[in-house]
Design a protein around this ligand. Sequence first.
Ligand SMILES: [Ca+2]
Ligand SMILES: [Ca+2]
Ligand SMILES: [Ca+2]
Length: 148
Amino acid sequence: MVACSNDSGTPDSDNEPLENLPELSVTDVTGAESVPAYSSILFKIRVSKTPNVDISFDYTVIKVAAEPSVDFTEKTSQAIISAGSLTTEVAIEILDDELNEVEEKIELIISSVKNATIKDENGFGIIKDNDDASFGADGYVNQDNFWL
Ligand SMILES: [Ca+2]
Ligand SMILES: [Ca+2]
Ligand SMILES: [Ca+2]
């Protein structure tokens, strides 16, 4: 049977039987607020080996420690890893604000996978803050002392 559980996707066989489908994983990523208001955080979804056919899946992005429509834009859609490719990227919009904050966290979850199996169905995205501590909006006391 298959022995390589930890390989980096080396294509070592050609025509896979169905039970040997590639395995999908979502990787964790880091992004940051940036000026002007919009930037992206790029989740990478990779397969364990080069697929012979297109792999499709649904994904959705939810909050873990962040506010939808304030810190990021929620998104649910579908993506494809084309035959012969090992990865695809999903861009999630990061919204800038003027608050000095701790790191925020979102999560991407995949489902309804076709032509692959799921090894790691979710990945976390860290959004780094880009604001100074000096003056918080609406009386929000800055938390910079935690980091000093
Ligand atoms: Ca924010
Ligand atoms: Ca900012
Ligand atoms: Ca901020």
